[in-house]
Ligand binder design. Structure first.
Ligand SMILES: Nc1ncnc2c1ncn2[C@@H]1O[C@H](COP(=O)(O)OP(=O)(O)OP(=O)(O)O)[C@@H](O)[C@H]1O
Length: 259
């Protein structure tokens, strides 16, 4: 089971005013380092407030942002609250010509007043506005309202060198939490487990099925969907594949053609 549902304003309108926010916050670890932060409908711009000249401005594209959150720190005596945004922009790999998405976490301490609740509300205002702006910045059809996607994730623990589950907990789980995406994890127990499950599943419960495996488990899921009486509708269910097998031929092909 996934972590508790996020405290974000779901469902929220995709249309309507999002606005622009501007604020001055401090570094989460060092109160003497201050930043001016601005949020528009397409970017989060962070500028270090400093008397010395230099390249201190960073612009993050909201299409690279997977989630935001607001929270109080662990120290109850601390009146400040925190606003964190998680980005995965393309960056050059170390000692390599290629680029890859790499995780960047931006965290700010919000301590505008001495009232912890007011600071938390301000941090939440930033997190909520940023999430709405992120969703609206994606090239997706415009539904009336948007809610978190409900995902079933099927992992074959035997895939590849038997490391698919470790890959899931080490790489994917954290990203799902950052993106506040509720999911149900199914660890397949045997051959045809996924096929039978998908054949009988109530698909209205799921917005997407994600398979973390090699090609074999995806093949099973597609067969399960095609064996249903409502196969014409069932096969429209969005499918995702995360490479967890040995060959991962399909995942590699999709990745190649999506570049
Ligand atoms: N718990 C399990 N134990 C044994 N076999 C399983 C289990 N769960 C699923 N399977 C079967 O394992 C088969 C192979 O899995 P999968 O394709 O994911 O990995 P792979 O063969 O290592 O990867 P690739 O296809 O990339 O070479 C699937 O067809 C599925 O039927």
């Amino acid at each position: 089971r996934s972590p508790p549902a996020p405290s974000l304003p779901f469902p929220f309108p995709r249309n309507g005013f999002v606005g622009v926010l501007y604020g001055e916050f401090t570094d989460m670890l060092n109160d003497r380092v201050r930043y001016s932060v601005s949020l528009t409908e397409s970017a989060l711009t962070i500028q270090r407030i400093s008397s010395s000249p230099g390249r201190t401005k960073v612009v993050f594209n909201l299409t690279d942002c997977i989630g935001c959150r607001a929270y109080r720190g662990p120290d109850r005596a601390d009146v400040g609250a925190y606003f964190t945004a998680y980005f995965y922009p393309f960056k050059r790999r170390w000692m390599s010509a290629g680029v890859t998405r790499q995780r960047v976490e931006q965290c700010f301490r919000v301590a505008l007043v001495q009232d912890p609740l007011a600071n938390l509300q301000e941090a939440e205002r930033w997190a909520h506005t940023a999430v709405i702006a992120c969703v609206r910045s994606l090239p997706l059809p415009e539904p009336e309202v948007c809610r978190p996607c409900r995902i079933m994730i099927l992992v074959n623990p035997q895939s590849g060198r038997g490391q698919a589950l470790q890959l899931f907990t080490g790489h994917i789980q954290g990203m799902l939490t950052e993106a506040s995406l509720p999911y149900t994890l199914v660890i397949t127990e045997r051959q045809n487990h996924a096929r039978e499950l998908v054949r009988k599943a109530d698909l209205s419960q799921w917005d997407a099925l994600v398979i973390m495996s090699g090609d074999g488990l995806l093949f099973e899921v597609i067969n399960g969907l095609m064996e249903r009486e409502d196969w014409q509708e069932a096969i429209q269910t969005p499918l995702g594949i995360l490479p967890g097998g040995s060959g991962n031929a399909l995942a590699a092909s999709i990745h190649h053609y999506s570049q």
